[in-house]
Design a protein around this ligand. Structure first.
Ligand code: PHE
Length: 370
């Protein structure tokens, strides 16, 4: 910055001349008015009010004027700079207000609009599956019965003719509660609900009992220490194996579609006599045992044409007697199958664990099913 220059000819100081100052001010005001947004105004501010702007330059020139010319020039430049900075402030405020108003409109969110992104949740397929099964029986006039999952050893075993030396009683299969001499187990099947029902009701009895059961099984694609069974019990006069077969065929057809019926294979259960394993016609190959292009074995039933579904039989008279039912007058049938397994068939699930792990990607796929 130069100091006072006494030889200085004011005529030469063009930047401070009234015309120049006015022109610089007008140019600045015009540019400010023309600035369409805050970005542009920022550039205008640098150009017209910044250190290198004509008016800042003029301001610096004042010091170089002869003393007698400084006051007037100072006023002139000062007023021009004041007008420019006022105009800048005003335009800044206007543009900021505009900007805010525009953001309010552009970025506004209508919270009343419906959205499909809410996770609505789903009823678990096991719940809906158990209800579906219960509904099939309720439609035939049956009732739904339930019992506790923590069960008396006597009801889980003894009442069902499972003698003290039956292998299923060993630690291998049964979860026993402590202390052992309380004789309380986690029920290993839904059959104790049969016993409970017969002990508390008088025939005729037609009940279906879905529920959780527990066995000391590994946890893998086809086993779980906790799974679900559905038990059926019918006690009436003149009940025969034919009623059992007709009921299970109806159950199978309702679950898996027209033409899917059952066959019985001789088996043994302490609580039924005679007893049978129930197989289902394979609903994929429909009993042919062949895969889709008929060249290899069906993968679902491994070429058998049949799928194991559960156990059944005519209620052993010893069970009727243990549960206070007159076995000379009444007879009955019972059956039990895995609900989880039934759902795996029905929905083509490869891994049982999908049913227990609560992954919403799995369960929501069933969300609309009632
Ligand atoms: N309770 C038997 C089981 O868990 C199934 C069954 C029920 C068999 C009723 C016959 C009659 O394997």
């Amino acid at each position: 910055m130069s100091g006072p220059n006494t030889d200085y000819d004011p005529v030469e100081v063009a930047a401070v001349s009234p015309a120049e100052v006015e022109a610089a001010r007008d140019a600045a005001l015009a540019a400010i008015a023309a600035a369409a947004d805050l970005e542009q105004l920022k550039a205008v501010r640098t150009q017209h009010a910044g250190d290198r702007s004509p008016l800042a330059l003029a301001n610096r020139e004042i010091g170089a004027l002869p003393p007698q010319a400084r006051k007037e020039a100072g006023q002139r430049v000062g007023q021009a700079r004041g007008a420019v900075s006022q105009a800048l402030a005003k335009r800044q405020a206007e543009l900021e207000a505009e900007h805010e108003a525009r953001i309010l409109v552009e970025e506004s969110v209508d919270v009343t609009l419906p959205t499909d992104r809410d996770p609505v949740g789903a009823r678990h397929p096991l719940t809906t599956g158990a209800e579906l099964i219960a509904d099939i029986f309720v439609a035939m006039g049956w009732e739904v019965a339930e019992g506790p999952v923590i069960e008396a050893e006597w009801l889980n075993f003894d009442a069902l003719n499972l003698g003290p030396d039956h292998p299923a009683r060993t630690m291998q299969d049964t979860f026993w509660t402590e202390p052992a001499d309380n004789h309380i187990v986690l029920r290993t099947h839904t059959s104790p609900v049969q016993a409970r029902t017969m002990l508390t009701r008088t025939p005729p009895i037609y009940v279906v009992c879905p529920g959780r059961v527990f066995r000391t099984d590994e946890y893998d694609a086809t086993h779980s220490p906790m799974f679900h069974q559905v038990e059926g019990l019918a006690i009436d006069e003149g009940i025969s194996m034919a009623h059992l077969k007709g009921t299970l065929d109806h159950f199978a057809t309702s679950m898996f579609g027209e033409g899917i019926t059952t066959r019985f294979r001789p088996s043994f259960f302490p609580f039924t006599e005679p007893s049978a394993e129930v197989d289902l016609i394979c609903f994929v190959c429909r009993g042919s045992g062949l895969d889709d292009d008929r060249s290899g074995a069906c993968r679902t039933c491994r070429g058998e044409g049949w799928i194991e579904w559960g156990g059944c039989g005519i209620v052993n008279p010893r069970v009727l007697q243990a549960c206070g039912v007159d076995s000379s007058r009444y007879s009955g049938f019972a059956f039990g199958m895995g609900i989880d397994r039934t759902l795996m068939f029905r929905h083509g699930l490869e891994d049982l664990r999908a049913l227990f792990e609560g992954d919403v990607r799995f369960t929501t796929a069933f969300g609309s099913e009632l």
